[in-house]
Design a protein around this ligand. Structure first.
Ligand code: FAD
Length: 298
């Protein structure tokens, strides 16, 4: 039995919300947009807006989620520093791939009208094939859609090679989901070595890597590599999560003229958000420690 997982599952929702507070913009779209504006104005940061939650099962909930994403598009449409991220299981993947594709298509098409970029987040490995098929269909039709790939999965080099003939924006991260040894690396240093390797492979194939990590030495290794390779600004970006204390590093990246984008989630329904937040805690129990430390050192 996984004791840590059981402990986190039993945590009362208010405690989860307390621990997660620094990582969430707030509980309304207006608060979210104000945060996105403030990050740009005060620090020159870009944002990707995400509605907290995953694993939506009922059609009415999926439709409500689509409606919220259409509202997000309206809310950020005049903000070139804002993109949007979403998860296929929020948009009907549990019912069928076709249904998820239809819902994602609706959102991507609405965003395309305003030139807003949509990133399709990657969930656990049981969804990888279907998510990539949906992404490729969307990329056939639209320029404003990108995908996430996880360096821990053995399949990722092949997935990069088979991604699409057209250039794609690809968020490359180690992946948050604990995956079995049959399909994925188990040690973080190995995942990070692969992340670095895949930045090079994505560039070789003409794609735009979105390097998503908080690991400072890895960020610095990527920066040195990009500089040495002479990759022009605007051909890549860095991404981190709101709330992870990396202010100095983020400022340095912005000062160099690169795009530094934060993942800025907000919650409309805490019931959906709690599951996501518990998963982040399970992946990184230190989150609770960081929050308490920040609280007491203020
Ligand atoms: C913008 C963005 C989008 C992402 N999208 C996806 C996705 O679609 N699918 C997916 O599977 N995964 C996604 N991830 C998660 C990612 O795969 C990793 O799980 C996560 O970024 C942690 O890995 P790391 O490379 O930062 O390394 P880690 O070794 O986990 O972290 C490096 C250091 O960063 C600090 N740190 C990390 N997390 C926290 C935290 N929560 N609080 C405080 N400090 C922390 C710690 O000091 C830690 O030692 C995303 C991550 C980012 C930044």
């Amino acid at each position: 039995m996984d004791l840590k997982r059981t402990f986190i599952d039993l945590m009362p929702a208010p405690f989860v919300r307390f621990v997660a507070a620094p990582y969430v913009a707030g509980k309304s779209l207006a608060v979210e947009v104000a945060k996105v504006d403030q990050l740009q104005k005060d620090y020159g940061l870009h944002s990707t807006v995400d509605l907290l939650g995953e694993e939506v099962f009922k059609r009415e909930d999926v439709e409500a989620t689509v409606a919220i994403y259409l509202r997000i598009i309206e809310a950020v449409k005049d903000r070139p520093y804002a993109s949007i991220s979403l998860k296929p299981t929020q948009l009907g993947m549990n019912e069928s791939e076709d249904y998820a594709h239809a819902n994602l298509r609706q959102v991507v098409a609405a965003a395309a009208v305003h030139g807003i970029h949509i990133t399709v987040d990657m969930e656990d490995h049981t969804f990888t094939d279907a998510t990539l098929r949906i992404f490729k269909k969307l990329r056939d039709e639209f320029d404003n859609v990108g995908i996430v790939l996880q360096s821990r999965l053995f399949r990722t080099a092949e997935d990069i090679r088979n991604l699409h003939a057209k250039p794609c924006k690809v968020r490359i991260c180690i992946g948050i989901y604990r995956e079995p040894a049959e399909v994925a690396l188990q040690e973080k240093p190995d995942m990070k070595a692969k992340l670095f390797e895949y930045v090079g492979l994505l560039l070789d194939l003409g794609h735009y890597p979105e390097i998503a990590t908080h690991d400072e030495p890895l960020v610095r290794r990527c920066l040195a590599y990009l500089e040495q390779r002479g990759v022009p600004q605007g051909a890549f970006e860095f991404q981190m999560l709101l709330g992870v204390p990396r202010t100095a590093l983020q400022r340095e990246i912005v000062k160099k003229g690169h795009v530094m984008r934060l993942y800025v989630p907000f919650a409309e329904e805490w019931q959906y958000a709690i599951h996501y937040l518990k998963r982040r805690l399970a992946a990184n129990p230190m989150m609770a420690m960081y929050v308490l430390k920040n609280l007491f050192s203020r």
